[in-house]
Design a protein around this ligand. Structure first.
Ligand code: GLA
Length: 505
């Protein structure tokens, strides 16, 4: 009986709404911490029916397709090119005060956003100016690092909670801990420092960074260098202002603040630059803009290894280029990148007289998600790969064990070796790998990795490595090893050994 009454009621309500129609017009989406950062909704109706688009702060105007009307609600999918963005339909319904409500779900996040009617000028203000891409050139005059850059970055530990005070404390700790003297000189602020643009379009830092020039001076006074982060798109990955439409202007701003390093992260630029040609051109734009400032600003490309970036990264001015998506603080993530996603070795080192380095992402050592032995493997692999060593931990509070992993001079020497060759696995089986890397003095670094979940003894077949050891050094232990000792290495689960071998003859 009760069920019947409810059915009748919903039938009545449906009938009552049947004459209602979905709202049309332009609406500005109220800013909200919710994913996915929509800014504008425009719905129109003509004799062919409803159409419209939603502006995403990352991807620009995304058209509504598969429109479905029920009463006063309008459901649709958004498309980015041929790609349907949310798997589930998004729904717009009228809200009080003449606004609309937009509900939906993207990946694992549901959103329920309010939007209010905007006039033409307000809606127009949400447009992005168009960037015109230059013809391809090889960028001249950008500073190139001769060895893989070493330093610290805020992202892995602090994400966008980073602030001026923490950066200063980190700079102090880099000095007092001995990290600076071990070679870690860059202090890089990753995503989350950007504020709004002023009336002239000049980007300001946000409230957490009251005076960027003063911060740079503070960092420089300690014998360190300051790095910043931006994106070729309108928004950074974390949703802050990107350099789209302001590339040369932003480069000048960095130089005026005395910035020494820029990480340039594709992010929302994906929407505009989705071919190799376009990604090259936009990275070239910033490379040329940095060169034009006359300041030696080291240029770090972050486009996740797309379009064979190692083959052109140095041509657009890059000293390093990411070969992978983001690392996480787990053995699985680190091992996947370190063993398998380290870029094409020939791209690292000196090519046509210009140095550059594959970048398998920043270090997680000291962040707590891996064991001591796993972090030792992390450091060993990155040194064997000739990878940039950008620390990602809180160096103010690290343990002596962490510091010992980061400052072992003999391991750092392998990473920074002036030959700049990238190490490679020479022998692999199901649970172990032995890597070799040629060093400038004619010796060879040998990295021995136990990938098993339990301890193992790993036997080294020197002949297969092409080596006839005359002298063997255990780099982690700072000890010379006899041939027998070095030929059967006991390694803990997920552990590593690093040797430096001088061959006879
Ligand atoms: C991307 C990059 C990361 C980090 C974040 C910041 O995910 O790959 O290294 O810079 O953006 O938002």
């Amino acid at each position: 009986m009760k069920k019947l009454a409810m059915l009748t009621l919903s039938g009545f309500l449906y009938a009552a709404c049947a004459h209602a129609a979905p709202p049309t017009g332009g609406y500005i989406v109220e800013s909200s911490p919710d994913m996915p950062g929509f800014t504008r909704i425009v719905v129109s109706k003509d004799k062919t029916g409803y159409s419209g688009y939603v502006t995403s702060r990352w991807y620009g105007d995304l058209p509504m397709k598969d429109i479905y009307i029920e009463g006063d609600s309008l459901s649709f999918h958004l498309f980015n090119g041929n790609m349907r963005v949310p798997e589930y339909p998004i729904r717009i319904t009228p809200a009080k005060d003449g606004g609309v409500r937009m509900e939906g779900r993207i990946w694992d996040s549901s959103f329920d956003l309010s939007a209010y009617p905007g006039d033409a000028a307000q809606l127009k203000a949400l447009d992005f100016p168009l960037e015109h891409l230059p013809p391809h050139r090889v960028v001249k005059g950008v500073y190139h690092a001769k060895t893989p850059p070493m330093g610290w970055s805020s992202w892995n530990k602090f994400a966008d909670t980073i602030d001026d005070r923490t950066v200063r404390e980190i700079a102090d700790a880099m000095v007092s801990s001995g990290l600076r003297d071990a070679g870690y000189v860059y202090v890089n602020i990753d995503d989350g420092w950007q504020g709004e643009r002023d009336a002239n379009g000049v980007l300001q830092p946000n409230a957490k960074f009251p005076d960027m020039k003063a911060l740079a001076d503070y960092v420089h006074a300690r014998g360190l260098k300051l790095g910043l982060y931006s994106s070729p798109g309108p928004k950074s990955c974390a949703g802050y202002a990107g350099s789209y439409g302001h590339i040369a202007q932003d480069a000048k701003t960095y130089a005026a603040w005395s910035v020494d390093y820029l990480k340039y992260d594709l992010c929302s630029g994906e929407a505009f630059y989705h071919t190799r040609d376009k990604v090259y051109a936009t990275y070239q734009q910033m490379g040329e803009a940095l060169a034009a400032t006359g300041r030696p600003i080291l240029y770090s490309l972050c486009e996740y290894g797309r379009f064979d970036v190692g083959s052109w990264g140095r041509d657009v001015g890059g000293s390093l280029w990411r070969t992978t998506g983001d690392i996480e603080d787990s053995y699985a993530s680190m091992a996947k990148i370190g063993f398998d996603k380290n870029g094409i070795p020939n791209h690292t080192g000196l090519v046509n007289g210009v140095s550059g380095f594959n970048d398998p992402d920043m270090l997680e050592i000291g962040n707590g998600g891996m064991s001591f032995d796993e972090y030792k493997t992390h450091m060993s692999l990155w040194a064997m790969m000739t990878a940039p060593l950008i620390l990602g931990n809180d160096v103010r509070t690290m343990t002596p064990q962490t510091l010992s992993l980061l400052t072992n001079k003999e391991i750092i020497a392998v990473d920074q070796d002036r030959l700049g060759a990238q190490g490679l696995p020479a022998i692999k089986d199901a649970t172990s790998e032995v890597w070799t890397k040629k060093l400038a003095d004619g010796s060879v670094a040998v990295g021995v990795f136990n990938r098993a979940d339990q301890a193992a003894v790993i036997h080294i077949d020197w002949t297969r490595l092409g080596l006839m050891p005359a002298a063997i050094r255990d780099l982690w232990a700072h000890a010379d090893l006899g041939l027998d000792q070095a030929s059967a290495l006991s390694l803990p689960a997920h552990g590593a050994a690093m040797l430096r071998v001088r061959s006879a003859g």
